[in-house]
Design a protein around this ligand. Structure first.
Ligand code: MRU
Length: 337
């Protein structure tokens, strides 16, 4: 990939501003954790695994500012800061997971002073980033086996390199298949309202020389009916203990369509996206976005002033619609009959 989603540069965090893609490749450098929170809320950085990495780095940045106190007092300040970061976006479990990994590493360490504590946080954030690269590659290898030479995959939103620290989740099997010489084509749903499919997935796949065709979300059914799709692969923001899947709004519709057309529906994810606390999909917190994301586009008003808007950013696909979960550890069958 010829871009980096997130990395530390000295004591700053450099983030690729995905709101500017595909027009411009712009990086922002942050040395204030509240600016990283804003960056997360604005979707400059987005996608569940990338949010886990961003969360850990945000904590490291935050702790650089808290130095005018003694070490015991310093340690008492951290949990509130951690919660502020975790609450930036509610649905992706990885955000809280990344923050908690960093917290655990620091509190369980033998750090004797603020400097040592801070260093552990930076090291842990880097470790999460590096681990994610490996997890993505493993998902790729495990998922590639489902893809035959000449297959066409439908995907929704962006669960590629732009959403992770490595080669992606849903897109990683496609990159792995290409590496072993398979010719794979992709249909990308545009993914209203923020167009992660149109702006990010097509851009990323084109950079990698993958044959990609952009469709509007409401075209998924017709391309399936026309026999153009061999399987669906999506990423996820959180999988409940019963296997229900939270992912970008519109995923549920695609899963229903896939079942109707007898097309396999795969969910690709690292272990960190399995939620340890929530039993069922309906209990997963779903982020609601600002009405303007639907009533305006590119500064142009596209709906009447004052219209009522409902804008959940994610939906739940019941486990009964999932053919299999492709993870870094292997493949787990879903409940779809
Ligand atoms: O709102 P976004 O762009 O953060 O939504 C991202 C998705 O829904 C992805 O499919 C999901 O996070 C998995 S990313 C590997």
């Amino acid at each position: 990939m010829n871009f980096t989603v997130i990395e530390a540069v000295g004591k700053k965090v450099k983030i690729l501003d995905q709101t500017k893609l595909p027009a411009e490749l712009v990086y922002n450098n942050y040395d204030d954790f509240r600016d990283i929170i804003t960056s997360i809320k604005r979707l400059e950085i987005r996608g569940a695994p990338a949010l886990g990495i961003a969360g850990a780095y945000a904590l490291a940045v935050a702790c650089e500012a808290e130095v005018d106190v003694d070490f015991e007092h310093f340690k008492k300040l951290i949990p509130d800061i951690a919660n502020e970061i975790k609450n930036a976006r509610p649905t992706a479990v990885n955000l809280g997971w990344g923050v908690d990994c960093a917290l655990r590493a620091a509190y369980d360490s033998k750090a004797e002073n603020i400097e040592q504590f801070q260093k552990i946080l930076w090291d842990e954030a880097l470790a999460i980033l590096n681990e994610d690269k490996i997890l993505c590659d493993k998902i790729g290898v495990n998922g590639e086996k489902f893809l035959k030479d000449g297959d066409t995959i439908l995907t929704h939103c962006n669960a590629g390199a732009l959403a992770t620290g490595g080669s992606g989740t849903a897109l990683s099997p496609i990159y792995a298949a290409k590496k072993v010489g398979k010719n794979i084509k992709v249909f990308a749903d545009e993914t209203r309202p923020l167009l992660q499919g149109a702006r990010l997935t097509t851009w990323e796949l084109m950079q990698e020389g993958i044959d990609v065709t952009l469709i509007c979300d409401n075209m998924a059914g017709v391309v399936m009916r026309q026999g153009k799709i061999d399987c669906v692969i999506v990423g996820t923001d959180r999988v409940a203990k019963n296997g229900d899947v939270a992912n970008k709004i519109g995923t549920y519709t695609v899963a229903v369509l896939a079942k109707e057309h007898n097309i396999p529906f795969y969910v690709a994810l690292p272990y960190s996206t399995f939620c340890q606390d929530i039993e069922r999909g309906e209990d997963i917190p779903i982020e609601e976005r600002a009405p303007e994301e639907i009533t305006n586009w590119g500064g142009v008003q596209t709906a009447p002033e004052g219209v009522k808007v409902y804008s959940p950013a994610f939906d739940i696909t019941p486990a009964e619609l999932v053919t299999a979960y492709i993870t870094d550890k292997g493949v787990t069958p879903g409940k779809r009959k």
